[in-house]
Ligand binder design. Structure first.
Ligand SMILES: NC(=O)C1=CN([C@@H]2O[C@H](COP(=O)(O)OP(=O)(O)OC[C@H]3O[C@@H](n4cnc5c(N)ncnc54)[C@H](O)[C@@H]3O)[C@@H](O)[C@H]2O)C=CC1
Ligand SMILES: CC(C)CCC[C@@H](C)[C@H]1CC[C@H]2[C@@H]3[C@H](O)CC4=CC(=O)CC[C@]4(C)[C@H]3CC[C@]12C
Length: 369
């Protein structure tokens, strides 16, 4: 922890600080970063929960802004020591246009980098994604891979394309001179599928299960494994990286790290059942109930329906060709790079992550009644 002479001197900015991950990063910073003097939270939509944070010892500044607007970003970044850039459009369901996804994820990240350079901010942590690597369009498995595992990272979908481009921008910016002449130090964190309190897709599965009379129907073979990571551990990795970048700039600058913890490798559906099961839902079938070709057909049909209905309403179901391919392809990571480089250990065990997530789903149940 910080010595008292250094206490409370730093200004941090978290973009996307009101999102699922961003809120956990914000709360973790307030709990675990003793050097913090001011925490700026920049988001398109500010949450009402921010008010409760404003009574603590750290100055919390909420900034409603858009990362695609360079001047808004520059104003928020000016004077910050560290930027944690989590803001992004996470859309694999066709809710937003590819152009908008690119604008927010790529141009937004470019704006953050340029703001750091122009205003003299030296440390930038970027929330990338496992999707930068894969699964790729060929559906090749990535089994217990690490940051150096060879894999053909080829994408077509706007979301992984945008994350890959943005990550590249961040890594290339490492070493650029910022205002004042010192070098920018950047690094990118690649979470696998994040779960935990506030996870929208878990919410969607839960409500779908309730609508189907407490049942979910298996669509994916249990043998397909997915890497998942608890949101609290992802948040902690961001906090730790932000803290250590200054001291280990030569080692960590320009690096990528998968975000990992001890969550078990399971299929996407079996993993979700770890939380939804104790909340009363049941996964029907030991094998997929529908043949794969039929799922492919339904996924394609959903694309057609989305297109036909677009003038009238937004039809964005969970199943589409991309999500089907994702869910059907093994993608798991096994690495210790973050431990070796900056001493990362996941603070939340699997048991605690599971308990916390179950409690959150149960609270949702309570509020639905
Ligand atoms: N959810 C997941 O499983 C994973 C997420 N990620 C990455 O983590 C980051 C956070 O994702 P989540 O918390 O899941 O998403 P989220 O949608 O809950 O949070 C994103 C936040 O960014 C904000 N935002 C969006 N557009 C903005 C704009 N133009 N200007 C300012 N703020 C804007 C949103 O209002 C939201 O609060 C994203 O960069 C995402 O790509 C990476 C791997 C897995
Ligand atoms: C009904 C279908 C057969 C099952 C649908 C499951 C899908 C909705 C999800 C399966 C895999 C998920 C993605 C994965 O966890 C990796 C991700 C990383 C990110 O950066 C953003 C989220 C996501 C794309 C995640 C989205 C939901 C799935 C596609």
């Amino acid at each position: 922890m910080a010595d008292s002479a250094q206490a409370q001197k730093l200004v941090y900015l978290v973009t996307g600080g009101c999102g699922f991950l961003g809120e956990h990063v914000v709360r973790m910073l307030l709990q675990q970063e003793p050097q913090l003097r001011e925490l700026r939270i920049f988001d398109l939509h500010l949450g009402p929960w921010l008010e409760e944070l404003k009574t603590g010892p750290v100055q919390v500044t909420a900034i409603q802004g858009d990362v695609t607007q360079a001047h808004e970003v520059a104003a928020a970044v000016a004077g910050a020591h560290v930027v944690i850039h989590t803001a992004g459009l996470v859309d694999v369901f066709g809710k937003t246009s590819p152009e908008t996804i690119h604008e927010v994820n790529v141009q937004g990240t470019r704006n953050v980098i340029e703001a750091c350079v122009q205003t003299g901010t030296r440390f930038l942590v970027y929330t990338s994604s496992m999707e930068v690597v894969g699964p790729n369009i060929k559906g090749q498995p990535f089994y217990r891979g690490n940051e150096n595992t060879p894999y053909e990272a080829v994408h077509r979908h706007p979301y992984p394309c945008s994350k890959a481009l943005a990550e590249q921008l961040v890594l290339e910016a490492n070493g650029r001179k910022v205002l004042g002449g010192l070098p920018l130090v950047t690094c990118a964190l690649r979470p696998t599928g994040i779960y935990g309190e506030g996870h929208q897709i878990m919410r969607d599965f839960y409500h779908q299960g309730l609508r189907l009379g407490g049942r979910l129907f298996r669509a994916i073979p249990a043998s397909v494994e997915h890497g998942r990571v608890y949101v609290g551990n992802v948040a902690w990795m961001h906090v730790l990286v932000a803290r250590e970048l200054e001291h280990r700039a030569a080692l960590m600058g320009g690096q990528v790290y998968f975000c990992y913890d001890n969550s078990p490798y399971k299929s996407y559906e079996d993993f979700n059942m770890e939380f939804l099961g104790p909340c009363g839902l049941r996964l029907v079938g030991t094998r997929p109930l529908l043949p794969y070709w039929l799922l492919v057909f339904l996924a394609a049909l959903n694309v057609l329906l989305q297109w036909l209905l677009r003038p009238l309403l937004l039809y964005a179901p969970l199943l589409n060709p991309y999500t089907l391919a994702m869910a059907n392809t093994t993608f798991t990571v096994s690495t210790d790079k973050a431990r070796r480089h900056f001493g990362y250990e996941p603070p939340f065990s699997w048991e605690e992550s599971r308990t916390r997530t179950i409690r959150w789903v149960q609270a949702m149940e309570g509020s639905a009644q």
